[in-house]
Write a protein that binds this ligand. Structure first.
Ligand SMILES: *Cc1c(COP(=O)(O)O)cnc(C)c1O
Length: 408
């Protein structure tokens, strides 16, 4: 356990001003939610926006609505390497998963595998495909749409990590039939927890509206909990203090779990209030992240032990900077040394989904070699505003000079 300066993985800003807006938002209630909804619609050019308690809840809502529109289809194609929230939401919606392998060069689907899934005999059961902008690296949603064209398969864009990003001049989150964003703690912008559904499809929106109406709002203790967590985020995200919450085992910070029993709630005015001024905040966050991604690309050029996936363009605003370490043993040493020195270099998700026991019965057992190799080789570097030149120097030493060597 480290007691001392520790870089947090994400560090989405929560300011004292934001806390006050949050309290005002709680009092304003529905009016505050309408404001946030209106801003999100205008920003994305989306006709319908729904606000709920998490990205998982947003995905659950989408799946429930789609299944109601298409009751004879009950399978969802998801990437074999993604946030465990995704399979959690599929399970919670009572649907089955088909895993599609990913391409380590793009972190997007392995398209030959996707084509096979979509044209297979079993494709008649496919309800939806979920392309994902992992770490903010844009997935080729247009290509997925072309594959799904002429079928009843819906394209759900997982923009959980990609608020504010764009591809070919269009905002991420608006490229599929329906998309969702997460405002959880580990994302670029946070309302402690929160999820946004975006769509311009009237039929999908109508089905979602019915599902949302059935969800309850937060309870009073739930709101208290949010306020406490927001305050903790405002206090402890600074690297000088982050070691403290990180050292508390019951907070389980940075762990990833399959949790199909997550809460489903409508978003509260408190969360919408915390988001007040988000466009300006997001602009600043994006500029910092871009500058840091560029700095990583420059610093790590010619570093033999590792490389970014080919599709990583350092001029995009990434959530974290992904790298593949050729030797999984070195990867392990790097992650351990980072943990010891508080440098914020982390794996992403511990396993590819085809290796998760709880899911085994939902997969074909064909295996997903791309996803497995990414799960073994990936490290991600922090790109938030707390990363200093000194951090960069130490991290570079640990990654390149002698991978996993002692730097503190
Ligand atoms: C975070 C995340 C989600 C789910 O969001 P939560 O708000 O944590 O429920 C879904 N997909 C991806 C890729 C994510 O990173």
């Amino acid at each position: 356990m480290r007691l001392g300066r520790t870089l947090p993985p994400a560090a989405a800003p929560v300011s004292p001003g934001g806390l006050i807006s949050g309290l005002k938002g709680m009092i304003r209630g529905a009016a505050e939610l309408r404001r946030f909804e209106g801003e999100l619609k205008a920003y994305h050019g989306a006709e319908h926006v729904f606000l709920v308690s998490s990205g998982k809840a947003a995905l659950w809502l989408i799946l429930k609505a789609l299944h109601r529109l298409c009751p004879d289809r009950d399978e969802v194609v998801i990437p074999a390497f993604t946030c465990y929230s995704v399979p959690s939401a599929v399970l919670r919606a009572g649907l089955r998963m088909r895993l599609c392998d990913i391409d380590p060069d793009t972190l997007d689907f392995d398209y030959p595998s996707l084509e096979e899934l979509v044209s297979a005999e079993t494709a008649g059961r496919l309800l939806a495909v979920i392309p994902t902008h992992l770490f903010g690296v844009p997935a080729d949603v247009g290509r997925v749409r072309r594959l799904a064209q002429g079928t009843p398969i819906t394209v759900i864009e997982d923009a959980a990590q990609a608020l504010g990003g764009h591809a070919r001049g269009r905002r991420l989150g608006t490229l599929g039939d329906v998309g969702f964003i997460s405002l959880g703690r580990g994302k670029a912008l946070t309302t402690v927890e929160g999820g946004v559904v975006l769509t311009s499809r009237g039929d999908i929106a109508a089905a979602i509206a019915e599902e949302v109406a059935r969800l309850k709002g937060y309870t009073a203790p739930g709101l208290m909990g949010l306020a406490v967590q927001a305050t903790a985020l405002a206090l402890f995200t600074d690297p000088r203090l982050f070691w403290f919450p990180k050292a508390l085992p019951f907070l389980r910070l940075g762990e990833t779990h399959l949790e199909p029993r997550f809460p489903l709630r409508q978003m509260s005015g408190l969360q919408a209030g915390l988001a007040r001024g988000w466009r300006q905040t997001l602009g600043q966050v994006a500029a910092t992240r871009q500058a840091n991604a560029r700095a990583w690309a420059a610093a790590l050029k010619g570093c033999g032990a590792l490389r970014p996936p080919k599709a990583v363009d350092p001029s995009t605003s990434l959530l974290r900077y992904p790298l593949l370490v050729r030797d999984p043993g070195q990867r392990q040493a790097i992650v351990q040394e980072s943990e010891r020195c508080g440098l914020g270099v982390m794996r992403a998700y511990p396993e590819s989904l085809d290796r998760l026991d709880g899911l085994a019965m939902h997969t074909d057992g064909a295996g997903c070699p791309g996803a497995r190799s990414v799960a073994r080789q990936l490290v991600t570097l922090p790109v938030h505003r707390y990363v200093t030149g000194g951090d960069r120097h130490r991290i570079k030493g640990m990654l390149c000079t002698h991978p996993g060597s002692r730097v503190c």
